[in-house]
Design a protein. Structure first.
Length: 128
């Protein structure tokens, strides 16, 4: 019985690790794309992170300085990690026959699609 619980604990540990790294990688790639995209329009990275925080705080986020910038960064990585956690079980069910390495690549592909759609959405929002 202890072997079964140890195996379950190990599997949970692997899942948490995969979700953490997937969320971190997706967050870095997504925010880098947002910084480049906004930089092309002369918008500072601080303003981008404050815009993320404004989803929670409203327009006051733009007057909050470094505190709301940090909040925007935390919220951004939280959202990226939650998105990874949502996709993780799907990839396990769909690609259970593949090796663990292939599952990590599938998560990376899904996160890349998420980032691409975020960029497209951001550009469409800027047009309107």
């Amino acid at each position: 019985m202890q072997t079964a619980s140890a195996t379950l604990s190990l599997e949970r540990s692997k899942a948490y690790r995969a979700i953490f790294w997937g969320g971190s990688i997706a967050g870095v790639l997504d925010i880098a794309a947002a910084f480049v995209n906004s930089g092309l329009r002369d918008v500072k990275p601080m303003r981008v992170l404050q815009a993320i925080a404004s989803g929670l705080l409203g327009p006051d986020a733009f007057t909050g300085g470094i505190a709301t910038t940090a909040l925007g960064a935390v919220l951004h990585f939280f959202i990226a990690t939650v998105a990874t956690a949502v996709y993780y079980p799907y990839t396990l069910r769909r690609f259970a026959h593949r090796a663990r390495r292939a599952q990590v690549l599938e998560i990376a592909k899904l996160k890349t699609a998420y980032i691409a759609l975020s960029i497209i959405n951001h550009n469409l929002a800027a047009l309107s």
